[in-house]
Design a protein around this ligand. Structure first.
Ligand SMILES: [Zn+2]
Length: 256
């Protein structure tokens, strides 16, 4: 079983990929169009702010076989290295204090409800959750969380079903040609990228095949912005073609 997921950020964040591609919501439509061609359903985790500021474009996404989950309101007010350092130091969590997290999750949920959607699933931006985050999510009836990383099977803890991302993440592993100083922002993660997009695709294929053999669900994170930035979805089309051999589901369709 395959779970294809992507993260979609508000235009206000102004990330370096966004500088080239523009709106991540618009990029997501192209992403979903390719998945549709290969009959793959997916889950997109989206900033609450997108639902407010890019309403018409988000509505276009809902024509596809997609589930929208929360991805913080606006990346904690646009996280930067300094803020992240302080949050880690003070709260041992980049998502900040319990109080901040609670307000942010509720604000995101409200944006979903105003849009007419239920926020049943969640991924914190930059995988920034801690145990407190999960407690808050439980209280607002989020049932599915895909935020942990590692070679782990989906599991249930308290009221939440966790779907850890168990395939190397595109943005964290792919090297985008020449490394520029402006790409050194830790939240772009690109400085960690040491392999070519094609090498990443080979690893993805290998890992998915291994998981299928062991009957472990593969939870994959591929960013629409990254695929747009890289080569205008050419690699993504090949990934989708490969994944279409397997059964694909949305996060909330999981049965443990
Ligand atoms: Zn994110």
């Amino acid at each position: 079983m395959i779970y294809v997921t992507g993260d979609v950020h508000s235009r206000s964040i102004g990330g370096w990929e966004q500088e080239k591609i523009g709106s991540e919501v618009i990029a997501s439509e192209k992403y979903l169009e390719i998945l549709k061609k290969y009959q793959i359903s997916c889950t997109l985790f989206i900033n609450g702010k997108c639902l407010e500021n890019e309403k018409e474009n988000v509505e276009k996404l809902l024509k596809y076989d997609v589930e929208l989950g929360g991805h913080t309101y606006d990346n904690f007010g646009g996280i930067n290295i300094f803020k992240s350092y302080l949050n880690r130091k003070r709260f041992k969590c980049i998502y900040g204090s319990q109080n901040f997290q609670k307000k942010d999750i509720e604000k995101t949920k409200k944006a979903f409800e105003k849009f007419g959607l239920k926020m049943g699933s969640w991924r914190t931006h930059a995988f920034g959750s801690n145990e407190k985050t999960f407690k808050i999510l439980e209280k607002v009836n989020v049932e599915y969380v895909s935020d942990l990383l590692g070679d782990v099977k989906p599991f249930k803890k308290n009221k939440i079903i966790h779907l850890p991302i168990n395939i190397p993440v595109d943005q964290n592993t792919i090297a985008y040609g020449e490394l520029m100083p402006k790409n050194r922002d830790v939240f772009t993660s690109c400085t960690k990228g040491r392999i070519t997009p094609e090498e990443w695709f080979e690893i993805l294929k290998k890992r998915v095949k291994e998981n299928e053999k062991k009957k472990i669900s593969s939870v994959i994170l591929i960013h629409p912005a990254t695929m747009a930035f890289l080569d205008d979805f050419k690699l993504f089309e090949n990934v989708a073609k490969f994944l279409s051999k397997y059964e694909c589901k949305k996060i909330s369709e999981i049965i443990l």
